[in-house]
Design a protein around this ligand. Structure first.
Ligand SMILES: [Fe+2]
Ligand SMILES: [Fe+2]
Length: 309
């Protein structure tokens, strides 16, 4: 994106009417009181798993539609889908911990009497329950801990310690919208395990508020960001988008069905169906980030590499 396009994007963002910060926070707080869950109590963790049900919709599994997929038995396909949904949840959990720390830092020196900060604290509490929920789901499915790669963990450690402003809200949107799209679809699919569907339903309900909070805040702060801040925001957002997307399916998931992790990952990365899934998860996110001037220019190459555009 050229400097001129960047300026126009920012001007457009200024022109568009973003609702008042306190009014939005008040609505989000009210909605949190009306529609929130306590997954430890609201999910029956001892309920038996449904026989033959998928962990996530079959057509979202990374190697769906390839020869490798066709060679798997029905039972193996189900197993792989369970491992993949847990891998996605693990990346979600990883980013939730990053987000909790960023929101804590964000709230640290702001007025706690404001509805905006009271909502930030509410969101931290939501994310804390979500992380426990994802952890319990993985435990229930009896799946290994598919944490992001060592390098990603270290990058995340730095990001959660220093990210603020545009990069913080845009990075959050990337993580939240990718998982949200997958879960919105999964929760309605009758071939999917009731456990995944309930976890997805809880997450989708509470994340809708988080997405709103982050989107509106991003459109309030972007017009005020200077050129350097906008460039930093673009690169940090692109880097986090790339890390989130490339870690979403841990290569070790393929071991669960006796496939070679390196080989199967190569097949998945080259799978047009899998690439399309990424673009589909980002179809609402990408135009919004462009409109805000957070996506574009050289950093866009990272979005492309991750098949998000
Ligand atoms: Fe969450
Ligand atoms: Fe969230």
């Amino acid at each position: 994106m050229s400097t001129e396009t960047l300026r126009t994007a920012t001007k457009n963002a200024t022109k568009s009417k973003t609702p008042d910060r306190e009014a939005t926070a008040q609505r989000l707080l009210r909605s949190s009181l009306e529609h929130s869950y306590e997954p430890s109590l609201d999910i029956d963790w001892d309920a038996p798993l449904a026989d033959g049900a998928y962990g996530m919709p079959a057509h979202r599994v990374s190697i769906y539609g390839t020869e490798l997929w066709d060679q798997l038995t029905e039972e193996q396909k189900v197993t792989l889908s369970i491992h993949e949904v847990c891998s996605i949840a693990r990346v979600g959990l990883w980013f939730e911990i990053i987000l909790m720390q960023m929101l804590l830092r964000y709230s640290y020196d702001r007025d706690p009497r404001s509805q905006h900060i009271q909502y930030a604290l509410t969101e931290i509490a939501d994310e804390c329950r979500h992380s426990i929920m994802f952890a319990k789901m993985t435990e229930r499915y009896g799946v290994p801990d598919y944490r992001p790669s060592w390098l990603t963990q270290q990058a995340g450690r730095l990001f959660k310690t220093v990210a603020y402003g545009p990069a913080m809200f845009a990075g959050t949107l990337v993580a939240e919208e990718i998982t949200d799209q997958l879960q919105r679809e999964g929760m309605k699919d009758e071939n999917v395990q009731p456990l995944t569907r309930m976890v997805s339903k809880i997450h989708v309900t509470e994340e809708a508020r988080h997405v709103r909070y982050a989107r509106e805040e991003l459109s309030r702060i972007m017009p005020k960001a200077n050129f350097a801040q906008r460039v930093i925001a673009r690169w940090l957002t692109a880097l986090s988008a790339h890390q989130i997307a490339t870690n979403l399916i841990h290569p070790d998931v393929y071991r669960s069905v006796g496939l070679d992790p390196k080989e199967a990952r190569k097949v998945a990365r080259a799978n047009p169906h899998h690439q399309e899934t990424f673009r589909w998860t980002a179809r609402k996110l990408v135009p919004f980030l462009r409109e805000q001037g957070v996506l574009g220019g050289m950093s866009e190459v990272l979005f492309r590499k991750a098949f998000l555009v």
